[in-house]
Design a protein around this ligand. Sequence first.
Ligand code: NAD
Length: 498
Amino acid sequence: MSTPSLDFDPSNVSLPQGHFIGGTSYYSTNEASIAVYRPSDGQLLGYIPDASPDTIDHAVSNALQAWKTSRWATQPPRERAKVLTRWAELIDRNAVSLAQLEAVSSTRPVAEAYASDVPFTADAIRFFAELADKHGGDFAATRRESLGFVASEPYGVIGAITPWNFPLSMCSWKCGPALAAGNAVVLKPSELTPFSTLRLAELAIEAGIPPGIFNVVNGRGATTGAAITRHPDISKISFTGSTRTGAAIMSDAALHGTKPVTLELGGKSPQLVFERVPDLAHAAQCIARGFTSNGGQACVAGTRLIAHKRIVEPLLEAVQGHLANIAPGPLWRSTTSYSPLISQNQAERIAALIDASRASGAEVIFGGGYFEDTDGGYFHRPTLLANVTESTPAVRQELFGPVLTVQTFEDEDEGIALAGHPTYGLCAGIHTRDIGQAMRAMRRISAGTVWINRYGRSGDMIIPTGGFKQSGIGKDLGRQALEASMRYKSVLIDFDRT
Ligand code: NAD
């Protein structure tokens, strides 16, 4: 099959509107509007409603009603799996239009959205469909005349809140396990990138997911997001976003019903390169991609290079060689491979952190500032910062932009110690041909994911993702995400008394 032409005119893309509740688009007359801008060039793209408390109640009561009255939760899991598989097939079939919608309304270049975001979204849903009937427990060791077992059941309505980076994938990571386990979902996408999630909800209905089982409510975080977390009929919260918001959600969930939370939060991940690196060119490519992918706006971005003193110079030369080939441009051109920052706010935040880092002694040794002639988007140049220490702001805090700090070490212990981070523990990359050294580093670095001689997720949905320390609680993807979408009831029967 030939690859379709992906270049498109952004003014021809139609945007879904409103909220999506009870299986259809939903509008309320008394809601304020939120303007949504195109990250590629800063143009006004459209408006979404800012949900009123009545709209949130309407969404949650629709979800609860559908969960209680449709067969979604009670049917054999294989039947749910068939519907979810149809949803994945529809996503695949609509790959071009979904990639174009993602490119016009988020930071994803159309070619990348088509080649990875859309198939990964479909695959995540397919993976959880396949897993829907592949879990179960053992009987407990009890006295002979008793039978003890653990029954799993869905929570009911799960509230999901997603960030603006990778909106399609984030939706599938939340909905896949929640729906496969038999829950209903009320999801709030980021107010910066709401449109592709609404389109996924339309396709869910087309696939046969009962109306009300998957609802999308638009609005701001502090109001709509908080109202979802606090709603008495929402039994669990699954969140992806910043550490700061995660803490607010955890506190709200504790105070409003002691709800369980899954939190996928920020990172400040190291790429640790030992002297005996197996392939310096490959490591350089991992480093360049690791901190520039999606304009550095990935939770897993490898933004701290920790390199052995004896190889740092040729390594940095090779990294800079990759950075020189980066192609910013309109996200609706298939030749564009580099993303803009999401917003002016984000640009200002990054500039302030770079300034604060320079004031504390850091030196920009490559890049800095913005690409010119990009029609208005904030295309930040990939930037390398040297002369940094553990207290430099760019080392301590997540910038969420294409900025790599560079630190060096002389022996293994020093390198591993630098790779650890006091706050974050999302991922780490280790590059060495010495497997013993790789295993020692893997054991000692406190991170939820460790990549050895590679950097970045593969398409293996069975491998979960999630952070340690302030990078999060719980996992997305893998069996763990399905298990976290269910609660467990312990049952003990004395059958000699029946
Ligand atoms: P954010 O925390 O600002 O917002 C995330 C979502 O939370 C948005 O939908 C927002 O409207 C909502 N929100 C904001 N305040 C809220 C509140 N008080 N209550 C409920 N909801 C609220 O994050 P962002 O800027 O959209 O995304 C970037 C962040 O997400 C980065 O820190 C990144 O590392 C993180 N992230 C983590 C992962 C992961 O898997 N660990 C994946 C992607 C992004």
